[in-house]
Design a protein around this ligand. Structure first.
Ligand SMILES: Nc1ncnc2c1ncn2[C@@H]1O[C@H](COP(=O)(O)OP(=O)(O)OP(=O)(O)O)[C@@H](O)[C@H]1O
Length: 228
């Protein structure tokens, strides 16, 4: 269980441009389930995903992963836990041009110091699982949109994360590709992966895959979630 308790995130605190992006949010993300954060642009979805995925620290409130408080851990431990626990899929994929699909997939695992041949083997396995192992050596700029999306998913899975976090994953995809994305999420879920998606796309939040839908507005939960 990931427990978010009364979490807020304030940017530019004390300045005229102060923004409370997340405002007193409490929610439980049950492991092996799919949670969707829904809400209009600017409602705080990306910020909340970043807090849950330990990419940033809240201004106040606490986040627990299996009862272990993440918010009090020193940065060094947090980085290790982040790498071992979470896989991130970004809206624009954030793949690196000029290097191959395979190299992109391997990147998040380099800091683990794992033997190159083993790491390469695992990256190829992930590409095969997504049906694009034939494109392993292709440079990112040679890939179609659908192939690039699969490489981005393979990269998120390279460290075998327990939790996959996806930020507006279908925002730049057509309906067919969006449905393909959801089919891949379904497959991951069937293997026990916890999935957290921020999206204002009905293909995502109306899917039967979305076991918990939490609606945000102005940084606050307006539907779903948990009382503080
Ligand atoms: N690093 C930052 N510095 C200052 N303000 C920020 C920062 N990140 C986000 N914000 C502000 O916090 C609020 C919530 O933004 P956030 O990106 O979390 O919302 P969102 O629901 O994910 O929106 P979108 O779907 O457009 O990404 C917005 O007003 C945004 O401008």
């Amino acid at each position: 269980m990931i427990s978010v308790r009364n979490v807020s995130k304030v940017f530019n605190a004390g300045r005229p441009n102060e923004v409370t992006a997340v405002d007193g949010v409490s929610l439980d993300v049950r492991l092996e389930e799919t949670t969707v954060l829904k809400g209009p642009s600017g409602s705080g979805k990306t910020t909340l995903l970043g807090l849950i995925g330990c990419m940033a620290r809240p201004s106040s409130g606490r986040i627990f992963l299996n009862e272990r408080e993440m918010t009090s851990l020193p940065e060094r431990f947090l980085t290790d836990i982040r790498r071992a626990t979470f896989g991130f899929i970004f809206q624009q994929f954030h793949l690196i041009k000029g290097i191959s699909a395979l190299e992109n997939v391997m990147l998040p695992a380099y800091p683990t110091g794992e033997k190159f041949s083993r790491l390469r083997g695992r990256a190829l396995e992930k590409l095969a699982m997504l049906g694009i192992e034939k494109r392993a050596e292709a440079k990112i700029e040679w890939l179609s949109g659908g192939e690039a999306q699969r490489v981005a998913i393979a990269r998120a899975l390279i460290n075998n994360p327990a939790v996959v976090i996806a930020d507006e994953p279908t925002a730049h995809l057509d309906t067919k590709m969006s449905l393909e994305f959801m089919a891949i999420m379904r497959e991951l879920k069937s293997k026990g992966t916890t999935i957290i998606i921020a999206s204002h796309d009905p293909i995502v939040y109306d899917s039967d895959l979305a076991e918990q839908v939490v609606e945000l507005r102005d940084g606050r939960i307006v539907a779903g979630g948990r009382r503080p």
